[in-house]
Design a protein around this ligand. Structure first.
Ligand code: PA5
Length: 433
């Protein structure tokens, strides 16, 4: 099985093995609390067993709906925010051809997003494209009451009904929401939309393996069965193994918590492949919303290298020593490109002639890690063999389980988000709700 692995050698200058071992008992308890549902927020632990509960009939239903939507649409609008948006986008952007939006011979619908902010100009530009392109959409909100997607859906529902008529519009809309509560559920039932349920015990940021993520991913043309299989295989490991050396989620949680206990309050997720940009965004939400409470928690940040070596690289190398990094390293690229030799060598680049671009990228990665260690920045290295639906499925479950463990070790409830309400109260007051 091609699996993810954790390398702690770039942390060893900063963290003693004894510090990691000291965390193991707390992590073992946290692991049991997640499995036995005996910890904080235990009514939101449905995601723990979720991968094994996904059966063939459910996947076949998602695939059938996706097929129907794929036949109708060149664009598929996913309306949602936070956990009702980032998981699907993380997976789709990791797997899709990065220039597919520009490819007119593209067979798969191109997935675009709405309801993840309130920009009027964004919506205006989106409507202009939808005027001239066949589209369908999913409106996703677990609570069914979130303002951003509700505003976007009101506008887009109006648009799609005018464009296709009410009956046809209905066949182009899927709602994904709570089984009984919320305005979206009421509306979807009244309008007769195809509807999928977000399970009660799965919170938004842990919901990518429910229809919230699986439907958009399937519409985009990706293999949801491999994604789920990856999550199932990772689950089997992180549920059954209870030592740092055998359980990668425990190992990751131990490393980041040991660094946090030394005052490293910022974790920077680093990638060297732009396809992983939204996976970092998803990870930021997962960890930030789960851990950042009660005055505690590691602040999750992200950089995209080598681009950000020419911007944030300066701070990471020499700024305040309050951070560490986690490098998500991809061992094999999908394609190969060799750098050509040039007889004149006017650009002085013949020292890389004949080498693969991926090799140069990997040397940039190693050189950066070594420079950061010299600069006082520890690097946790997570390696995946390749970017595929299977490995992304593994990563999703690995990060989710690692987050649950970390939150419990920190002593917080990793499954609530009371702080998200504060801005809403003010906004509603200002809007006269
Ligand atoms: O993780 C979470 O719970 C949040 O980020 C939610 O996903 C986000 O606020 C959107 O909520 P809803 O799906 O209810 O619209």
């Amino acid at each position: 099985m091609k699996t993810i692995s954790i390398d702690q050698k770039y942390v060893e200058k900063f963290v003693q093995q004894s510090e990691l071992d000291a965390l193991q008992p707390a992590l073992q308890k946290a692991q049991q609390d997640l499995i036995q549902k005996t910890g904080k927020g235990n009514d939101f632990l449905g995601w723990v067993s979720l991968p094994d509960e996904i059966d063939d009939a459910f996947l076949a239903d998602i695939e059938t709906t996706a097929k129907h939507l794929r036949e109708k649409a060149k664009l598929f609008v996913v309306i949602g925010i936070g956990g009702s948006y980032l998981g699907a986008r993380a997976v789709i952007e990791a797997l899709q051809n990065q220039f597919s939006a520009l490819d007119s011979s593209r067979k798969d619908p191109f997935v675009i997003y709405a309801g993840h902010q309130l920009s009027e100009d964004y919506m205006h530009e989106l409507l202009a494209i939808l005027d001239k392109t066949d589209y369908a959409m999913a409106v996703i909100s677990k609570s069914g009451t979130t303002t951003e997607p509700a505003v976007a859906f009101r506008i887009l529902k109006n648009h799609i009904e005018k464009k296709y008529g009410k009956e046809e519009a209905k066949s182009r809309i899927v709602a994904i929401t709570d089984k009984e509560r919320g305005a979206l559920k009421t509306l979807a039932t009244k309008e007769g939309y195809k509807t999928y349920i977000v399970p009660d015990d799965v919170g938004g940021r842990y919901s990518v393996l429910t229809p919230v993520g699986l439907l958009p991913i399937a519409v985009a043309g990706f293999d949801i069965r491999s994604l789920v299989k990856g999550a199932q295989d990772m689950k089997a490991i992180v549920i059954s193994e209870n030592t740092l050396s055998k359980n990668p989620a425990m190992h990751y949680a131990a490393l980041r918590n040991a660094l946090y206990q030394q005052g490293k309050k910022i974790e920077i997720m680093v990638n060297y492949d732009p396809r992983l940009y939204f996976l970092t965004e998803w990870w930021k939400q997962l960890y930030g919303e789960s851990e950042g409470k009660e005055g505690k928690g590691i602040f999750p940040a992200g950089v995209n290298n080598t681009s950000d070596l020419h911007s944030m690289g300066q701070y990471i190398q020499e700024g305040e020593r309050i951070l560490f990094e986690t490098v998500l390293s991809v061992e094999n690229n999908r394609e190969t490109i060799e750098i050509p030799s040039d007889s004149e060598n006017l650009d002085g680049m013949n020292f890389v002639a004949g080498k693969r671009m991926g090799y140069v990228n990997s040397m940039a990665q190693l050189g950066t890690i070594l420079a950061h260690i010299d600069g006082g920045v520890a690097s946790i290295k997570i390696s995946i063999p390749e970017i595929s639906a299977y490995t992304i499925g593994q990563l999703i479950y690995f990060y989710e389980f690692g987050c649950g463990l970390s939150g419990y070790v920190l002593g917080v409830n990793p499954f609530d988000q009371p702080g998200v309400e504060a801005y809403k109260k003010n906004m509603f007051k200002l809007l006269g709700k």
